[in-house]
Ligand binder design. Structure first.
Ligand SMILES: [Zn+2]
Length: 499
């Protein structure tokens, strides 16, 4: 029997969110819990387990798991200490029982701790010290990962999502398992080429089904699916994760065909660079967006406030669009998600059916100014519900639905992902029943909002995950990088990795 260990450390941060992520931002799993945590859901590890289960010559060994419940500010030093030590201890413990023959790590790539700017690279480097240089290691990533030299040096192969919005977590896990077995069975000799692209990108063209980025990903996937290909894709990094190696990267791994890998990576990277100006978000000022919403007659208007996207790492406590709606006297029905633990507590204090006066917004991120509202408490909940796509549990802490005249506020105690409608559904709220919904996510799957909304506007509000990237204030990432720097020349930068 060959022993394969699976472990997880998946988080994405926004460096410009002032609130550090603590352990409570993660769903932690001991080795005894890891597999049962994942099996019922459409996660990477569930996909990997499904494939490994098809073989009877494999003994699966669970390691430690830390998976973000939602994104947030940089991971605190104490949380990172606990997670990194637990992760590495679980590998030491497994190796001590009997030598490991292969490892699969489910990572994200856009993690950053107060005291560690390459967490994934560190975990991989330390793992090598435990298992040695010969044991195959494969790791899967989100395409928003900030891929580093240390990661690529220590992995035999990496895999990444091919979809945005992400719908292939499970499939990425399955592919990882297949590829690890292929290496272990002696059928693959990976060579990986990284083509760095000094560009940060946002906007609608990133949607892989319809956008330019999808065309580039399709080129990579075509090679991945060919006889020569092993794993190919494009990292766009997370522009809000200000780390030394933040950039976009084409990653091409072939079965020992370095020339093909270099040619393909170079071609895709230069096409990506050519299109960099199109791969940006086109935003409307907050006053103009609200004016357009007032002018819109029928159906639902969606105001996308991606600057406060919790799934990208923001706090979810921006009230900027809300304040403008009030200022301009928007009279239609409005649905707004907002993180505000004090407002939730005030609602709990008076109870359902009663009126409360409280401040909302700016509870966590000082760039926002709290505004006072008086409304009726319609519903209180413990904020525990399942994500409508992958089905895994999400926890928003105590929540309150507060009706302030025409505005329905869904107040959370803790930021929870808002890239689908789970929070709304959990509170009996259906976006299509409102005249206007503030959506705090750059992109959701189209059927959730875009395909039926009559007006859909990407708003240029301030926030730690603003697509107006030059407003964020990067200080760590390597420069020059587009669009923070405009006057620059593209010099192809190719690195070859082989173990
Ligand atoms: Zn992502």
């Amino acid at each position: 029997m060959k022993r394969i260990l699976i472990a997880e450390c998946a988080q994405e941060i926004a460096s410009f969110n002032p609130v550090l992520s603590q352990l409570e931002s993660f769903r932690l799993a001991t080795p005894a819990e890891l597999f049962s945590e994942h099996r019922p859901h459409r996660t990477e590890i569930a996909g990997a387990l499904h494939h490994f289960d098809s073989r009877d010559d494999i003994e699966l060994v669970a390691g430690f798991g830390a998976r973000m419940i939602t994104s947030g500010g940089p991971t605190s030093a104490s949380a990172w200490k606990f997670i990194s030590e637990s992760f590495l201890d679980s590998i030491r413990a497994a190796q001590k029982v009997s030598k490991l023959d292969g490892l699969y790590f489910c990572l994200h790539g856009a993690m950053g701790a107060e005291n560690q700017l390459d967490p994934e690279g560190y975990l991989l480097e330390e793992t090598r010290k435990i298992v040695g240089e010969q044991v195959p290691i494969i790791a899967s990533f989100d395409l928003h990962g900030v891929i580093t030299d240390l990661v690529l040096k220590n992995c035999d192969l990496i895999t990444l999502y091919h979809t945005y919005p992400h719908t292939d977590l499970y499939e990425t896990g399955e592919r990882s398992a297949k590829l690890l077995l292929k290496i272990m069975d002696g059928e693959a000799k990976p060579v990986t080429v990284r083509a760095r692209i000094p560009a940060l990108v946002r906007g609608d063209e990133l949607k892989t089904k319809t956008g330019i980025f999808g065309q580039r990903v399709a080129e990579a996937v075509a090679l991945e699916n060919s006889a020569e290909g092993l794993s190919c894709g494009i990292f766009i990094g997370n522009p809000f994760t200000d780390l030394p190696e933040l950039s976009s990267n084409v990653i091409i791994s072939t079965n020992d065909d370095e020339k093909l890998a270099v040619e393909t990576a170079t071609k895709i990277a230069s096409e990506f660079w050519r299109d960099r100006a199109k791969l940006q978000a086109f935003l409307t000022s907050v006053p103009d967006a609200v004016a357009q919403a007032i002018a819109a007659k029928n159906g639902t208007t969606i105001l996308v406030d991606a600057a406060d996207a919790t799934s990208s790492g923001a706090c979810g406590d921006s009230n900027v669009v809300l304040a403008e709606l009030i200022k301009q006297g928007y009279s239609g029905t409005v649905l707004v998600p907002l993180t505000d633990p004090a407002a939730v507590a005030a609602a709990f204090k008076v109870g359902v059916g009663n009126t409360v006066t409280t401040h909302v917004g700016g509870a966590l991120d000082p760039r926002y100014t709290p505004i006072e509202v008086t409304g009726k408490v319609q519903m209180l909940s413990d904020g525990e519900f399942n994500n409508e796509v992958e089905g895994e549990p999400w926890r928003a802490g105590n929540c309150a639905v507060l009706k302030v005249k025409n505005i329905t506020l869904v107040l959370m105690s803790k930021p929870v992902n808002l890239h689908n409608r789970s929070l709304f559904f959990a509170h009996g709220l259906f976006p299509e029943k409102f005249d206007l919904v503030i959506v705090k996510s750059p992109h959701c799957q189209d059927h959730m909002y875009k395909s039926w909304a009559t007006t859909y506007i990407n708003v240029d509000a301030p926030g730690s995950t603003s697509a107006n990237l030059p407003t964020l204030g990067h200080t760590i990432c390597r420069r020059p990088i587009f669009p923070l720097d405009l006057d620059m020349e593209y010099v192809p930068e190719i690195t070859v990795y082989r173990r």
